[in-house]
Design a protein around this ligand. Structure first.
Ligand code: IVH
Length: 672
């Protein structure tokens, strides 16, 4: 092929790939299969590799930069990125409308465009001659941070404007086009992302907004590429060479160029319709896949917008009409410390019940004494509480003006409220030193022992452990195995059938695996993953029990704290007795081949429906060989196993250039 033909093919491939990206990520309506897409993508990759002079920064193969930045540069917004005035009441909306009519000297109804106001991070995207060339944060409205490389990783941001829209029309290509939009993380993806972080022992984000902001502020675009970011575009800055007459027309053009525009945007004739829109959106809010904090009303006519002009920081032609906050004020009746499985004492606020977004809030964790001191929270204080998305309610701040002088500071007790053992402070955490002599710790460790990831005793959930414990049937975890059906039948909620079921699942749980058993013991700092590492390293419980501190810290991934906690756990005679008692009760596990896992250090992700394995089986097989199964695709993943009708994880894998394998290939890797 001559150079010209190659160039043409490359350009055609890019157009095609961009189009299919758009079908998938923006319209959520793909028209080719993943493997067809793959073929196109690989072909382009090959041609670019053989002809590096043809590589351009906006090629679909270049979404993920290879190197981290040292720092972000800055970019100036040609048209400043203004913010919006806020209102929250219908009367204020009427007033906003009246002012507009006054300024325009008209009595006629104003046409508004009403848009959902997403809670994320405002960004600007610059397209030069139809190609994505730069992107930035809002910054101070005039100058923002240059986050071009990070924005490139968001698949719903087009790298090139679509020149032919889906409806078939030809789109103009402005010499320069600045787009504004809001980068968000959808709620489900946020929860999954946080769960994954929790599994890995990383700190959690408080809400999707913070997670989106944090993800865009990464100096390494490869990190950003692994985050579930999305964007909705809602306006333009400067546009050279194309004229619009209304905002709605602008939005239609954005759609045609391939940007994601919120489908809930609607034209409202007159302010009453806009108020109705606001009410409807507020009702819809809980069912939407992302956080909304209100709606934005914009005068539709650009001519009228111009006549209205702007104040120093916000336009007169638009307003943010907020929803009722998911915040409320209430009073802290008491602060009650509760003791967890590892003895950590967590103070919880008990509050006068208050309704937020349909739910009644009465309790909120205050985390620890340092947090209470930092926010200066006292018993009797009036406080602001917040419930965002599905996230647990939290105390945001104290209303200090409302103090009467009778509020009492909270001090963590120096003795455990349940067992009277001494309380020590480690970092920010207060801890009861009573160990299993403390009823709270005992009860929590039994719950842990029975839990799904540990001994997996079906039907012995937290509530039932509480009940058996309160009825004196459990004094240590091993007592679970001497529960008798007749004991159960005497209890409330237990009938013949349910008692037999529980007895059966207790029996079934006796056959377990070494990693599960180690995890079930509830040794501090030994989570599921560490338990697996220990099982692989030591091969048997006996060798682990015999392991000295030096031996333990030599194991990769085991730090001094964990090593120390393992040693002291097995030095405690009570723990040895319980292990013996469990063995006598018939609890067995097979020892693990010492560190011979063929998948040691390998991370897997599954997507789509598997036909040869159940997910749980596949997970166990991977783990048996020393590998890990993660819930989301990121740079850490080695293989993505693709079943039938795979989800977005497959595309994620392609973008990140992670090996994808079929179930058959997966079987081979496992040596099956
Ligand atoms: S319009 C002059 N439309 O809300 C117009 N903003 O203070 C300014 N936002 O910084 C923005 N959804 O981050 C507009 N549909 C929407 C929006 C929206 C979210 C954010 C944006 C802006 C803030 C307004």
């Amino acid at each position: 092929m001559d150079d010209k033909a190659i160039k043409e093919e490359v350009s055609k491939l890019r157009d095609e790939i961009n189009y299919h990206n758009y079908r998938y990520y923006v319209l959520d309506n793909p028209v080719i299969s993943d493997s067809e897409y793959d073929t196109l993508f690989k072909r382009l990759e090959r041609l670019e590799k053989e002809n590096p002079h043809l590589i351009t920064p906006e090629s679909p193969t270049r979404r993920i930069g290879a190197k981290p930045l040292k720092e972000f540069g800055t970019l100036t917004h040609v048209v400043p990125m203004l913010s919006l005035g806020n209102i929250s009441q219908p009367e204020e909306a009427v007033e906003f409308d009246a002012r507009i009519k006054r300024l325009l000297k008209t009595d006629e109804e104003i046409e508004y465009v009403a848009e959902p106001k997403l809670d994320g991070l405002a960004v600007e995207l610059v397209y030069i001659d139809g190609k994505f060339s730069a992107g930035s944060t809002r910054g101070d409205g005039y100058i923002g941070e240059d986050i071009t490389l990070n924005l490139k990783t968001i698949k719903s941001i087009p790298m090139r404007l679509l020149t032919r829209s889906v409806s078939g029309g030809e789109n103009p290509v402005p010499s320069r086009l600045d787009i504004r939009g809001e980068v968000i993380i959808p709620l489900k993806a946020f929860e999954e992302f946080n769960r994954e972080r929790e599994d890995l022992g990383e700190s959690l984000f408080a809400n999707p907004r913070n997670a989106a902001a944090g993800s865009l502020r990464q100096l390494d675009p490869r990190v950003t590429a692994g985050r579930p970011l999305d964007i909705f575009c809602y306006g333009v800055g400067t546009v050279e060479g194309v004229n619009f007459s209304s905002h709605f027309e602008t939005l239609s053009a954005l759609k045609a160029w391939g940007f994601k525009v919120n489908p809930l945007i609607s034209i409202c004739r007159g302010i009453q319709e806009a108020i109705k829109y606001h009410r409807e959106m507020e009702e819809k809010r809980n069912g939407l896949p992302y956080e909304l904090d209100g709606v934005v009303l914009k005068v539709n006519s650009l001519m009228l917008q111009q006549r209205l002009g702007e104040l120093s920081r916000s336009p007169r032609w638009a307003v943010a009409y907020k929803f009722k906050p998911r915040r409320a004020t209430t009073r802290i009746i008491d602060i009650i410390p509760s003791v967890g499985r590892t003895g950590a004492i967590t103070p919880a606020a008990h509050m006068e019940p208050v309704k937020i977004g349909g739910a009644t809030i009465e309790h909120s964790t205050l985390h620890n004494q340092d947090e209470i001191d930092r926010k200066d929270i006292r018993i009797g204080d009036r406080v602001v509480v917040e419930r965002a998305g599905d996230v647990i309610p939290k105390v945001v701040s104290v209303i200090k003006d409302r103090r009467t002088g009778s509020e009492a500071p909270f001090k963590m007790p120096s003795r455990c409220p349940l067992c009277n053992s001494a309380v020590i402070k480690e970092g920010a955490i207060h801890r009861c030193t009573g160990g299993l002599a403390c009823p709270a710790q005992l009860k929590e460790s039994i719950k842990h022992f029975a839990s799904k990831q540990a001994m997996n005793i079906d039907g012995l959930g937290d509530k039932y452990v509480e009940q058996l414990f309160e009825n004196g049937l459990l004094h240590d975890v091993a007592d679970i195995y001497s529960i008798d059906k007749n004991d159960l039948l005497k209890l409330e909620r237990f009938a013949e059938r349910s008692s037999q079921n529980l007895i059966d699942s207790i029996e079934k749980s006796k056959k377990t695996t070494l990693p599960r058993f180690i995890y079930a013991l509830g040794i501090r700092h030994v989570g599921e993953h560490t338990a697996r590492v220990l099982a692989e390293e030591f091969g048997s419980l006996e060798s682990l029990m015999d392991a000295a501190y030096e031996e333990l810290i030599n194991v990769k991934e085991i730090g001094p704290e964990t090593a120390e906690s393992i040693v002291s756990f097995f030095h405690e005679s009570h723990n040895i007795d319980v292990i013996e008692k469990l063995k006598r009760a018939g609890v067995v596990w097979s020892n693990v081949g010492k560190k011979d896992g063929s998948l040691l250090g390998k991370n897997f992700v599954f997507t789509g429906a598997l036909s040869l394995f159940k997910r749980s089986e596949a997970k166990e097989l991977v783990e048996k060989e020393g590998g890990r199964v993660l819930s989301a695709v990121s740079g850490k993943v080695d293989y993505v196993v693709v079943g039938a009708e795979p989800g977005s994880k497959l595309d994620e894998a392609k973008r990140l250039n992670i090996k994808t394998i079929t179930e058959e290939e997966f079987k081979k890797i496992l040596g099956l």
